[in-house]
Ligand binder design. Structure first.
Ligand SMILES: *[C@@H]1O[C@H](CO)[C@@H](O)[C@H](O)[C@H]1NC(C)=O
Ligand SMILES: *[C@@H]1O[C@H](CO)[C@@H](O)[C@H](O)[C@H]1NC(C)=O
Length: 296
């Protein structure tokens, strides 16, 4: 599919005109694409759940797993604007960390590609009945980030300045994903507007390699520095943690906002309230409006 057929940009008129065949093809994918850039029919691969019935968390865990599996085989609307899920292109990162004990660095990461999301296991998906935010536990056996870096500063007391290729490989990555959403209405459906994504990471090993670390001036020092980082990977990870966390948050935010503007929340949680029902009753409840926190 060429980028000129990106449905978000295509007008309704085109579909009823010359390229009707193309549109029919897409409707055959169970998706209304041209006039409205979102699903109006529940895709058959997605099991729905009811939050006010017992067993919701188990059901929801399965349904988020099905979503990820489907993303991996390719949801056309997501692939079109986003590219494939695994390996995944990731937007550039400009990173600045000052006055930290272990690292003072400025780094730019570009041409980033992340591998490993295909093997994601969803361990638990909880949805808050209060504000319909989510907490999701996922597990990746391995995540690998490849890209170009430009870096100046120091990590673990080692002065660094260079630019070149970088990879970061993480093993046994447990991600706790804390997602805030606001419900909104579109075409009679309730949708999630993802407003914030926070992650907490647990992992068992980080391996990194930065080439051209000292602008190529000393390959031997470069080798021993990489070795040092990998021998002391826990400290190195702590130093780079804000960067890694931000990367993972960016990825998940981009993916989720895309997906949840596309697929109505009703297809995940059949009995989700309308925004009017949720926010209307919240206002009426008065004293209840102070806290947004998630039950544990
Ligand atoms: C990162 O990029 C910005 C502009 O995009 C630039 O000002 C800065 O010097 C770069 N940092 C490094 C360490 O190369
Ligand atoms: C989603 O939230 C953002 C930030 O709060 C807001 O700017 C945007 O208009 C919202 N989108 C929809 C469709 O509600």
């Amino acid at each position: 599919m060429s980028s000129s057929t990106r449905h978000g940009r295509r007008s309704f008129g085109l579909c009823s005109g010359l390229i009707a065949i193309l549109c029919l093809n897409e409707i055959a994918l169970d998706v209304m694409v041209a006039a409205v850039a979102y699903y109006t029919e529940k895709p058959s691969w997605l099991p729905s759940c009811r939050i006010y019935e017992p067993g919701f968390t188990k059901c929801s865990t399965n349904s988020v797993q099905k979503l990820l599996d489907q993303m991996n085989s390719g949801i056309p609307e997501v692939v079109e604007s986003f590219g494939p899920f695994d390996p995944m292109r990731v937007r550039d990162i400009v990173f600045k960390q000052d006055n930290n004990e272990v690292a003072t660095i400025r780094a730019n990461l570009t041409e980033l590609v992340v591998k490993g999301f295909a093997k994601t296991k969803v361990k638990e998906s909880r949805v808050s009945k209060k504000d319909f935010s989510w907490q999701t536990k996922i597990y990746l056996p391995k995540m690998r980030l490849d890209g170009k870096y430009q870096m100046a500063g120091r990590i673990l007391l080692i002065p660094l300045s260079g630019s070149g290729n970088i990879f970061i490989e993480i093993e046994d990555l447990d991600i706790l994903l804390i997602t805030k959403t606001q419900l909104y209405e579109k075409g009679g459906f309730t949708f999630d507007n993802v407003t914030s994504v926070r992650v907490q990471l647990k992992l068992s090993r980080v391996h990194t390699e930065l080439d051209n670390l000292f602008n190529g001036r000393s390959p031997e020092v470069e080798r021993s520095t990489n070795q040092f980082f990998n021998d002391n990977w826990r400290d190195f990870y702590e130093a780079l943690k804000p960067l890694i966390v931000e990367t993972v948050e960016n990825i998940l935010y981009d993916v989720m906002s895309k997906v949840f503007h596309l697929i109505p929340a009703n297809f995940f949680v059949e009995d989700i309230p309308t925004p009017q029902e949720l926010y209307g009753s919240k206002l009426a409840a008065g004293s209840d409006s102070g806290s947004n926190s998630m039950p544990n």
